[in-house]
Design a protein around this ligand. Structure first.
Ligand SMILES: Cc1cc2nc3c(=O)[nH]c(=O)nc-3n(C[C@H](O)[C@H](O)[C@H](O)COP(=O)(O)OP(=O)(O)OC[C@H]3O[C@@H](n4cnc5c(N)ncnc54)[C@H](O)[C@@H]3O)c2cc1C
Length: 333
């Protein structure tokens, strides 16, 4: 068993039809599974073990759990789902699609894993999260989640008073800079060929934010592996210990095409998400979406809450379906 799979107890898939399959076992998926298992629903979570905040040393901004390593939160979450009879299996979903309805007309879905295991489920909760696409600057990616950050609420306190550089990636970077200015007086904004109008330049100047219009060539690392600064196109180096970037946030869609879930672009080329309504409902009957896959701004708390809400709605519709089926059996003898 690899180190990664050993982080999951080996829940076996037995081939029976489960009430709900949850695709993705981050905060959204595990909290959804917890609610379902506690409602005595048979639930299987399939998780490929690569949550969005994996590079972070600790999770911040959520009461009680603040400062806890992300892996520890998920390990405890998996244990809690199992405590109520839910299963959490390590695996990559490579296909998910509607299957033939049951004899009583209830929905069915087939989910296939990369090792060819399959699960049949009555309902599906998609909680696959999103992928952060970083700006293409040599030397930047290796610092992601440490010296290169995106979220003032996740690691803002930890980078307070540091020499911060904000690398423009789109129109939203202007406000991003103001958010990081709240955390440090020492801020440099790198325009990277983006337009910055006079009014914004005056507003930045009023807050003491310096502006660099020379293109950025490379992120430089210090001997200890931390960020040392940025090398510019004219050869000069601007020392910075922290870089803030807005990422392009792409919902993780691998293996989900067969569900035909509607998607939409985010404004200002900020990424793409699954479209979902209240409680994570989608236009596809029997399929819900929760967490960053549909709400890219959701942090751990909001993602977990969305998973719980979707699960409650799923259970609510299942109790109705179960009652309809029971009545049908009674009336048809
Ligand atoms: C560097 C960094 C630091 C952060 N720090 C914080 C913080 O301090 N506080 C905070 O509140 N938020 C933080 N966040 C945001 C946080 O990561 C998200 O809010 C949270 O992870 C969203 O939860 P989720 O369940 O929607 O998705 P995820 O946590 O990303 O979980 C999705 C899961 O689905 C799995 N998956 C995807 N596709 C498949 C598939 N086809 N088959 C099987 N499994 C699949 C993935 O492997 C993953 O385990 C941070 C984000 C980043 C990038």
């Amino acid at each position: 068993m690899s180190a990664q799979t050993s982080a999951y107890a080996s829940d076996a898939l037995t081939g029976e039809t489960v009430d709900v399959v949850v695709i993705g076992g981050g905060a959204a998926g595990l909290n959804g599974a917890l609610m379902l298992a506690r409602s005595r629903r048979s639930v299987v979570v399939v998780d490929s073990g690569n949550p969005r905040n994996a590079p972070a040393e600790a999770m911040h901004g959520f009461i009680v759990l603040d400062g806890t390593p992300p892996a520890e939160i998920l390990e405890r979450g998996r244990e809690q789902v199992r405590h109520y009879g839910g299963k959490v299996v390590f695996g990559e979903v490579t296909a998910a699609e509607p299957a033939e309805a049951s004899d009583d007309g209830d929905l069915r879905f087939t989910v296939t894993l990369s090792d060819d295991r399959t699960i049949t489920a009555r309902r599906v909760l998609v909680a696959t999260g999103l992928r952060d696409v970083l700006p293409d600057v040599p030397g930047l990616a290796e610092h992601w989640g440490h010296g290169v950050v995106h979220c003032p609420y996740c690691h803002g306190w930890e980078v307070r008073d540091e020499a911060i550089g904000v690398l423009a990636t789109g129109p939203a970077s202007v406000h991003h800079a103001l958010l990081f200015r709240q955390l440090s007086d020492d801020l440099v904004y790198f325009t990277r060929d983006s337009e910055l109008d006079e009014n914004t330049r005056e507003r930045f100047a009023a807050r003491g934010i310096r502006i660099v219009d020379i293109p950025v060539e490379e992120v430089l690392a210090a001997d200890d592996g931390s960020v040392a600064g940025l090398r510019l196109a004219d050869g000069s180096v601007i020392a910075r210990s922290i870089l803030a970037v807005s990422t392009r946030m792409q919902a993780r869609t691998d293996g989900l095409d067969g569900l035909k879930l509607p998607m939409e672009d985010l404004p200002d080329d900020m990424g793409r998400r699954f479209v979902a309504g209240p409680a994570g409902t989608t236009d596809v009957p029997g399929v819900w979406v929760a967490g960053n896959a549909t709400d890219p701004a959701a942090q751990v708390g909001a993602s977990g809450a969305a998973g719980a809400l979707a699960a409650a709605h799923i259970n609510s519709l299942l109790v109705t379906a179960d009652t309809d089926a029971a009545l049908n059996r009674v009336t048809t003898g």
